[in-house]
Write a protein that binds this ligand. Structure first.
Ligand SMILES: Nc1ncnc2c1ncn2[C@@H]1O[C@H](COP(=O)(O)OP(=O)(O)OP(=O)(O)O)[C@@H](O)[C@H]1O
Ligand SMILES: [Mg+2]
Length: 185
């Protein structure tokens, strides 16, 4: 599937949340990457990262979604300028129901499942999640996924042409046959 479409859908699903939080969602980087897998699952995973980035950031800040193709992988990075994650929490936040800073977390009212879904979804697609963060500076979650070649449209076109050619040939043969029959009659 087209990763561009995955990113577009994930962003669209959170544009209202971003607007009401006063967070600016931006998109950049490479276009045209393709990955194998389940579009809905990947849209949800990228969406969870975007949702977190918005929730754990102050109003007026920016959340950036960037795509980078590098050899046979493609990286989808979601960066925020939010509260960041303490080093001691960085491994545990991917566990189900784990939430850093309980007091704050309770205020934001999540369940602690978002990142475990991101991790499972990414691993299921043969990839991994990386995390960079600095408390009170921000965080960047990066999904690294194996990349596949774009579907080869060039292959489809000649096939169609071939089919048309076959049809034309058959039509010609039919006409010739008709003419022959006419002459013979
Ligand atoms: N971008 C981020 N910036 C700062 N902290 C974050 C960020 N993303 C996740 N966290 C921390 O990791 C914890 C786990 O995140 P996760 O998305 O799994 O659960 P949640 O956001 O609390 O709830 P939900 O199930 O609604 O997603 C959060 O509670 C928060 O403490
Ligand atoms: Mg979450």
């Amino acid at each position: 599937m087209s990763l561009d479409e995955v990113v577009t859908a994930s962003i669209e699903a959170h544009s209202v949340q971003a607007d009401s939080a006063g967070v600016d969602l931006t998109r950049g980087g490479d276009r045209g990457a393709f990955v194998r897998g389940d579009a809905q699952i990947l849209i949800e995973a990228v969406g969870n990262l975007i949702a977190n980035a918005i929730v754990y950031s102050p109003s007026g800040s920016r959340v950036a979604i960037g795509v980078k193709t590098e050899g046979d992988v493609v990286e989808i990075a979601v960066s925020d300028q939010g509260i960041g994650i303490a080093e001691s929490d960085r491994d545990r936040i991917f566990e189900r129901f784990y939430r850093a800073d309980e007091a704050r977390s309770r205020r934001t009212g999540g369940t602690g499942l978002g990142l475990s879904i991101v991790k499972h979804a990414t691993q299921r697609h043969g990839g991994e999640v990386r995390l960079w963060s600095r408390p009170s500076r921000g965080s960047t979650f990066t999904m690294v996924l194996p990349r596949i070649d774009a579907p080869a449209h060039e292959e489809v076109v000649p096939k169609k042409k071939k089919k048309k050619k076959r049809e034309r040939k058959a039509a010609k043969a039919a006409v010739a046959e008709h003419v022959r029959n006419g002459e013979n009659a």
